[in-house]
Design a binder for this molecule. Structure first.
Ligand code: BTN
Length: 325
């Protein structure tokens, strides 16, 4: 896909309905038959574009595949996702990325698949996702930071995902749910699963797994109340390769900055402004029991600050927060 096709794609994906051939030819300074050639090129690249005489063009179906060459068109990173392994089906992109990292894969390698047969979530849960419409990918990192800082990566990636979604769908209201989710309208849009291999004091590698419900039109009954997709939340079809590239475009500089500093202070303001749990009554399950109280914010280390009704303040490093009914 060339640059002009890419710009036309961007224009179609930000439009809420049909765009006429005449309008596109005016906007891009080309003939209508040249516009048509770009549409054909985009269709060959996997983008579903309806063409109706008298109305024009509309992006209508699943857009592109989040594979290396497609993602590369939107990338401006130096290392992240410059090398990509793409498979139609994997058990879990995290599992494949861990194997490759164990064999020496360089920082920045991304494994991406159109469907997973054994996708994993946090806390031993499974990650269910419809094939061919969502993002399932894993990034290999080799951070040289103290081991206790590694959990902060989950929130840092959540910032990058949130920023990427905001850049593609600025009208969508999405929020970061500590420690690893992106929510919209109280339902989960995306999750992050960081796994690592380490010695007692240093990480050999971290695999950052990202699952995003992008163009999924419906969910099975057991998920329909708790899950949503960008399509359901915004009414827009999103380009998976563009979204994936945007995540790494945002994440790479954040990651390099994070490696140079001591904590998450440099993104704390962003995390607080887009926090889904802020000022809510929650119950947090931890390894050793539960804590109930009101969330007053996050610490620079990424801990959730929960204030109990008697005023006791807890800083919680890991756990699962649910809203109190
Ligand atoms: C969670 O919310 O519990 C985390 C979900 C993480 C899912 C992604 S999909 C890509 C990668 N491979 C996996 O098996 N899991 C992560």
């Amino acid at each position: 896909m060339n640059e002009v096709s890419q710009q036309i794609l961007g224009r179609l994906s930000s439009a809420s309905g049909f765009l006429s051939g005449a309008a596109l030819s005016r906007e891009f300074g080309m003939t209508r038959s040249a516009v048509w050639k770009h549409i054909m090129m985009l269709r060959r690249g996997g983008y579903g574009i309806e063409a109706l005489s008298g109305r024009g063009y509309r992006l209508s179906s699943m857009t592109g595949t989040p594979s290396g060459p497609e993602v590369a068109r939107f990338l401006n990173t130096s290392a992240f996702a410059r090398e990509m392994v793409w498979e139609e089906e994997l058990v879990s992109t995290n599992t494949t990325a861990r194997v490759l990292a164990g064999k020496g894969a360089a920082e920045g390698l991304v494994v991406s698949a159109d469907r997973q047969t054994g996708g994993r979530g946090r806390l031993g849960r499974s990650w269910e996702s419809a094939p061919g419409v969502n993002i399932h990918c894993s990034l290999v990192l080799r951070p040289r930071v103290p081991l206790q800082r590694i959990p902060q990566l989950t929130l840092l990636v959540a910032v990058a995902i949130h920023k990427a979604i905001a850049s593609l769908l600025p009208d969508l209201s999405a929020a970061i749910k500590w420690p690893n989710d992106i929510y919209s309208d109280g339902r989960k849009l995306a999750g992050v699963l960081c796994e690592m291999e380490s010695e007692a004091d240093c990480a050999h590698f971290v695999v950052v797994g990202i699952g995003i419900n992008v163009n999924q039109e419906s969910f099975p009954p057991h998920l329909s109340q708790s899950a949503t997709s960008l399509l359901l939340a915004s009414g827009r079809i999103a380009s998976r390769p563009q979204l994936l590239a945007e995540i790494f475009n945002h994440f790479e500089p954040l990651y390099h900055e994070w490696c140079e500093v001591d904590d998450l202070a440099f993104v704390l303001d962003y995390l607080e402004r887009h926090a889904w749990l802020k000022d809510r009554e929650v119950e947090v399950s931890r390894l050793h029991g539960k804590i109930a109280g009101r969330v007053s914010g996050l610490s620079a280390l990424g801990e959730l600050r929960v204030v109990e009704s008697d005023g006791t303040v807890h800083l919680i490093g890991s756990g699962e927060a649910t809203l109190k009914q």
